[in-house]
Design a protein around this ligand. Sequence first.
Ligand code: PEP
Ligand code: MG
Length: 603
Amino acid sequence: MTKRPTPTPTPPRPPKPQKYVKGLPVSGGIVVGRVLVIDDELRRVVPRKIAAAEVKGELARFESSVKASIAEISRVYEQAESEMGKEAAKIFAFHIGMLKDPSLTSQVRAMIEQETVTAEYAATHVLDKLAAQFRSSKNPVFATKVNDIEDLTTRLLSQMMGGSRASRLEQADAGTIIVARDLTPSQTASFDRSRILGFATDLGGMTSHTAIIAKALEIPAVVGCQTLLRDVDDGDQVVLDGDHGVVIVNPDAATLEHYARAIEQRRLYQVSLTELRDLPSVTSDGAEVTLLGNIELPEEVARVLNSGGTGVGLYRTEYLYLTGNTEPTEGDHYRAYRKCVELCNGRELVIRTMDLGADKYTQAQEEIPERNPFLGCRSIRYCLKNQPMFKKQLRAILRASAEGSIKVMFPLVSTIAELRQAKFLVNDTMEELEEEGLPFDRSIKLGMMVEVPSAAIQAETFAREADFFSIGTNDLVQYTLAVDRINERVASLYTPAHPAVIRLIRDVTRAARRHNTPISCCGEAAGDLEFAMLLIGLGVRTLSVSASMIPPLKRFVRSVTVEQCEKVARQALTLDSDVQVTALLRDRARRIVPEAFEGSGVE
Ligand code: PEP
Ligand code: MG
């Protein structure tokens, strides 16, 4: 083995100056802690030296990532061959061939041994060099292989780094603030709250599911920071202000003092909100506005009820798939739903059938991912294509309905045929259960989310056949404005205050009123005090939001009159741009109920 020189001790780094980084405030709360960088951006591997004693381990990591990648690609190969034929599958044979090519793998091994660098860096370096050679080749056949080499690099790296990300998380000390390029909803859900105070990511948008999970678990979070990773190192002190979407790296003494006061003020405000818990949610002119909770896991029901919610308006059941390692069985579904029924104890419980796809689950399972998954086979479309899986869930929901009241809601319905087919499958499942002698609620209500413009525009038609509507502004905004809800680059264009969105909501509420179809709103916008005022003014009387939003929302509802809300809604409908609408809502909300904004951290 080559002898390495004794490493010279690194000189202490000069103190770094304080730096403000602005992101999107997706989950409230202010925390101060130390950074742990979870950066597995696969194409940005930094050269990291290793000790001689680590070489053996790195070589082993490289070997096993090659083996695992070959196994993975072989499965893709077989699937591609059966679905697209031998010719199309050839490409994967090329990938396997590369990984088995000793002239390539030996270069990586040599680099780990001789240059004592990590396996990730050696593999990236060797493959990038090859890609560059192919790219500059005059032969077009070589040039077309560049993407394949990049694909292969990504695969190898994800094999090598998947484990390292998990183990870094396990090593997090108490008082850690995670900084990552991006996090998946399930990674976020698995954070150990006793050690992880909050997180910030460079990617992500206001209503991404990672943001929703953070809010559900009450983990302060800022996403869409874009350049934060560049400015932090492990161990740096940061203030993470989830109320305003700010991360302050290496805060100075004055900043720390300012935030210590803000944290205390926030605590007192939270205490004042708990006093509202058992008071009714009625406007000051006596109209009831039902406040329900959005949940991802049955355990959250208690949090909703403790926050003063009167039931669950949206149970995102797809989290059963996102938090486990194996596909849930009918029994798993049933136990989760029965638990919710028990915890709700006769209160409203809306179970949304699994909204998989897009950023949730299916792409990771797919060996050939969809090109444009947000417009692809997601939600109800996925369920209707995977009926045995869907029926397993429907059976479980129906069985749980024998224990207490449940409503079923279908997500992302965009055509009437989908609604009819979904209802047909529920009836079909009922017949099966009947034949098996299993009890269920025959009059179970079957409603739908209105979260696609086609459904909103055709609300009259849907209102005749759906038992209830729930407006999902998170997706409705994304699809109406053609703005990806998780893309930080277009985050400034993503707003429910766009006149087109407001008009759609108005039309949906009108159609619902005409047909006596109960309607609620369960998107994140329902938890925004200013937007809630608009929704009430447009006629929505049920808002379903994250548990943490219920107390401030109740405080707001109790301070406003329906007449004031209606006036604001009428004015908003005359405006031409989201900027004007936002300014109007901001101004009116603060003028009408300044007390709802005092001390809330909302500025
Ligand atoms: C929505 O789209 O508004 C919604 C509530 O559903 P999700 O956020 O789960 O897509
Ligand atoms: Mg949605």
